[in-house]
Design a protein around this ligand. Structure first.
Ligand SMILES: Cc1cc2nc3c(=O)[nH]c(=O)nc-3n(C[C@H](O)[C@H](O)[C@H](O)COP(=O)(O)OP(=O)(O)OC[C@H]3O[C@@H](n4cnc5c(N)ncnc54)[C@H](O)[C@@H]3O)c2cc1C
Length: 443
């Protein structure tokens, strides 16, 4: 508690004494696809790990965000292979075409069991990293706020896998958001409908899907409906993925533009708008899509899905041009990553770019994971160092899982050697990853 001496509430200098609860080798903030893989990979290298997650369940967008199917390709042997097996979608074509959405309820327990198997991981759920304790250019600890008095967890190496770069912000790292005009990809709420007649109900997995309905391209049909006022124009890109269950579709169609999720006051308004859109879309499906007459929404994200927020400027900033060319790097720690540059339009409907940019299988170099100016901090997942367009490719979950694993191993090696991230021998990291069966160098 802090008591004001004068009746003024503008800016307050606030002091309190916090206890250091425990010290770890590696602190992982955020338990989405990247954070879970980072924590498990570090623990498998025999170091102590704290995994800190603000929600009451593991998974990030994979569970509470209700996002799927798991998209993107990476070289063989990464934890992505283990996770898709665990989540019951090993046969997914990871470029997305006809990949099935996993069962989110199963995923919640499967991910908890995965982490629980590692006796050297302590999991802090319902625990928010709310600040950092700095000692010159090192983070010495994270301030954790939850259902009790705030406290500190100490760590040798910290991994920011919060998606929104929340640790990096507290540490004063250089950040970018969105494209040149500052606009970011829209937020969305994915949802599932069931009751779809599989014999008639269309599947449409994205903006380049040529699937037809009654002889015309399905997405053109949806545009025509929007022109006739049957559907809001911003919702005309109707993406209907199959799930692991017959009669279900995973709908990735709602969108709210102009939302900056790093400004908390914008989130509730966006959430209300998105939930209303679910109602509108289900009504549209029932009235205008053959096979969907009896469909109903059975589940949706527990939280607004964030495609894009902060990107942390690291020792290297990767560009979409490098991804498109399939550039190889000597310090690659993720290899043969592949996905299109998928920019949901920050200022309107559909895709931002008329022509979809395809990428050759590309590398992600170690330097993209090291925020400038901090000695013992990594990023993993969608907040790593890349441009707005590059982020639109590597943000998919398969690639985030591989990033998390690579950075988790790197953090463990640093912790064991008591060295900073920039002092780690890249060759040693790469050898360790290859020994685990990860492909880093194949042509
Ligand atoms: C609507 C939508 C559709 C998408 N569609 C697909 C798709 O079909 N396929 C695909 O592969 N990808 C898709 N993506 C992209 C993908 O889901 C994300 O880019 C990916 O999940 C990023 O993983 P991450 O681990 O970096 O972050 P996240 O999944 O965002 O996880 C970050 C975690 O950190 C936690 N956290 C944040 N701040 C704190 C804090 N201060 N303290 C403690 N914990 C914190 C969060 O609660 C969360 O659990 C989609 C994204 C959205 C939003």
């Amino acid at each position: 508690m802090f008591i004001l001496e004068e009746n003024k509430m503008t800016e307050i200098q606030y002091q309190r004494i916090l206890k250091v609860r425990k010290e770890y080798d590696v602190l992982v903030a955020g338990a989405g696809p990247a954070g879970i893989c980072a924590a498990v990979a570090a623990a498998r290298e025999d170091v102590t790990v704290a995994l800190i997650e603000r929600y009451g369940v593991l998974g990030g967008n994979l569970t509470v965000g209700f996002v799927g199917p798991i998209l993107g390709i990476v070289g063989s042997g990464t934890m992505r292979d283990e996770l898709v097996q665990l989540l019951g979608v090993p046969e997914n074509d990871m470029l997305g075409w006809k990949g099935k959405k996993h069962d989110v309820e199963q995923a919640k327990i499967a991910l908890e069991e995965l982490v629980d198997q590692e006796s050297n991981i302590d999991v802090y759920l319902q625990s928010m990293v709310s600040d950092v304790i700095m000692e010159q250019e090192r983070i010495r600890g994270l301030v954790i706020s939850g259902n009790e008095e705030p406290y500190i967890l100490g760590g040798k190496i910290v991994i920011d896998a919060t998606g929104d770069a929340n640790v990096c912000v507290h540490a004063g790292c250089e950040i970018e958001k969105g494209r040149e005009d500052g606009l970011m990809q829209p937020v969305s709420l994915e949802f599932t409908v069931d009751g779809v007649d599989e014999k008639k109900g269309v599947i449409c997995v994205g903006d380049i899907d040529p699937v037809k309905l009654d002889g015309i391209r399905f997405l053109d049909y949806c545009k025509q409906c929007a022109d006739q006022g049957l559907l809001p124009k911003t919702l005309a890109a109707v993406r209907l993925h199959p799930t692991v269950y017959s009669g279900e579709r995973q709908v990735n169609t709602t969108q709210e533009n102009g939302v900056d999720v790093t400004k908390t006051e914008q989130i509730f308004r966006a959430d209300v708008a998105l939930r209303k859109q679910i109602r509108t879309l289900v009504q549209f499906f029932r009235n205008h899509l053959p096979g969907y007459e009896n469909c109903k929404c059975i589940a949706s994200g527990d939280t607004t899905g964030i495609r894009e927020s902060r990107r942390v400027i690291g020792d290297y900033v990767i560009t979409a041009e490098e991804l498109a060319a399939g550039k190889r790097f000597k310090d690659a720690i993720v290899h043969k990553a592949e996905f299109i540059v998928d920019i949901h339009n920050p200022s309107g409907a559909g895709q931002a770019e008329e022509t979809i940019q395809y990428c050759k299988p590309y590398d992600l170099p170690y330097r993209c994971f090291i925020p400038k100016g901090i000695a013992n901090l990594y990023t993993a997942g969608r907040c790593i160092s890349g441009t707005h367009r590059a982020h639109a490719s590597y943000r998919v979950m398969s690639i985030c899982m591989a990033m998390g694993e690579a950075v988790g191993v790197a953090a463990a090696l640093c912790a064991k050697k008591n060295c900073d991230t920039r002092k780690l021998q890249i060759s040693e990291l790469q050898e360790t990853l290859c020994r685990k069966g990860i492909d880093l160098f194949s042509a």
